[in-house]
Design a protein around this ligand. Structure first.
Ligand code: HEM
Length: 154
């Protein structure tokens, strides 16, 4: 709804997010960090709304260590990484968000509220993932991203 429309992700906010995210990318261990983070996010979602687990049956959520589920989590996290990298290019970002919105809209049972939960778990996890974490900048830019993907979901 309009009431949930995101705060502006300013150029300066995007700079902060990009430089703090850069730490993950140069760590030399980014794939593992991203998979671990994604598992925290999905476990957080499954704990709060257990019925969402079944949405990931196709990617073998029954075994979260499996290659299928890890490949899924890498698709999600590289997707997020690509979005973060486009925070300075709003037009490109919007078209990527639109594409992701379409990809999620076709998955019956995926709801806007699931993204709110996922987002809040992400806010809580970033402090452990990042060396430096400026929550205001991340909130301002991630709310733009989450609104773009999930704003039109039921
Ligand atoms: C930052 C947040 C997220 C990003 C960037 C993201 C990105 C993606 C991407 C790139 C795919 C693969 C699309 C494809 O190949 O068709 C995907 C699949 C999917 N996503 Fe998300 N996602 C996010 C959050 C969520 C959340 C919160 C849900 C909640 C239920 C969700 C549900 C799904 C489902 C059900 C699939 C299909 C899994 C399958 O392959 O069977 N996603 N997502």
């Amino acid at each position: 709804s309009v009431a949930n429309a995101p705060k502006h992700c300013s150029y300066e906010d995007a700079d902060i997010v990009l430089s703090e995210w850069y730490h993950v990318e140069v760590s030399g261990d980014s794939a593992r960090i991203l998979i671990r983070t994604a598992n925290v996010l999905f476990n957080g979602l499954f704990d709060k709304v257990p019925s969402t687990r079944s949405l990931f049956a196709r990617v073998n959520v029954a075994n979260m260590q499996s290659g299928e589920f890890q490949a899924h989590t890498m698709r999600v996290m590289t997707g997020l990484d690509e979005l973060i990298h486009k925070l300075h290019s709003p037009k490109v970002l919007d078209s990527m968000l639109e594409h992701l919105a379409d990809q999620h809209a076709v998955r019956t049972g995926v709801k806007n509220e699931h993204f709110d939960i996922f987002r809040d778990v992400l806010y809580d996890s970033l402090g452990q993932v990042l060396d430096e974490y400026n929550p205001d900048a991340w909130r301002s830019c991630l709310s733009r991203i989450f609104y773009g993907i999930a704003g039109s979901l039921p």
